[in-house]
Design a protein around this ligand. Structure first.
Ligand code: ZN
Length: 234
């Protein structure tokens, strides 16, 4: 007849597998929920989009200023060459103004060019941020598909293991199962230990002869004198 200690040992094997799979399942859920990378990429895109606005506004303002200066110069030149003004002082003032407007125009054109470069840089930054986000989303979808597939496989294994567990428990005495359950949390999920060459294989302590004998007989549960784990030999 199979000893109770051996039955508990087989139960422990199943429980350790269940524990491993449940831990992995939690890890998979954490991976699926973790969207910190995606959030950071979205934030970067939003920041780049926000930065474009002032650059565009400055470019538009400068364009209007250029147009204003050009219009004013054209109007002044028209009057200057219309022949309607004959006063030399007034003509000189107007010529000076045309020249000043020309200088102002050149100055504004330089600023306009700088503003245009700033707009183009901001647009390029948006494009780069968008590309990074798209790439991340595609990678995430692919990796999530793999994680979800692993999760499905894992839960199917868990279902089988739990059926195996129910079957493994059936022939175990209630009293022995209680000892196992009590020891399990205290012994890092390993309440049963194999006796190898008369020593407990978990803590390594050699057991006295009478104890070794009792383990070998397998009539009742025998616990390691050092770590209290249930000893089994096979
Ligand atoms: Zn021990």
């Amino acid at each position: 007849m199979t000893s109770q200690a051996y039955l508990l040992y087989k139960l422990q094997e199943i429980d350790l597998q269940i524990l491993k799979l449940e831990r992995r399942d939690k890890e998979l859920i954490r991976i699926l929920r973790d969207d910190s990378n995606l959030l950071a990429a979205q934030e970067a895109l939003t920041k780049a989009q926000i930065a474009l606005k002032p650059a565009e506004t400055r470019h538009r303002d400068l364009s209007l200023q250029v147009k204003g200066v050009l219009d004013k110069r054209a109007a002044t030149e028209e009057r200057l060459y219309s022949g309607s003004i004959t006063n030399p002082k007034e003509l000189q003032d107007m010529q000076n103004e045309v020249a000043a407007l020309g200088r102002r125009h050149a100055e504004l054109e330089n600023q306009l060019l700088e503003a245009l470069i700033a707009v183009e840089e901001a647009q390029a930054a948006i494009q780069a941020a968008q590309t990074a986000l798209d790439k991340l989303q595609a990678e995430r979808e692919a990796s999530h598909a793999a994680v979800k597939a692993e999760g499905r496989e894992l839960r199917a294994q868990l279902k089988t293991l739990k059926e195996q567990r129910a079957a493994a428990i059936a022939p175990i005495d209630e009293q022995n199962l209680r000892i196992y359950d009590e020891l399990k949390p205290q012994k890092n999920h390993q309440p049963v230990s194999r006796l190898v060459e008369n020593s407990c294989s978990v803590c390594g302590i050699e057991q006295i002869a009478t104890l070794v004998q009792a383990v070998k007989q397998g009539d009742k549960l025998v616990q390691c004198k050092n770590c209290q784990r249930i000893l089994v030999v096979f």
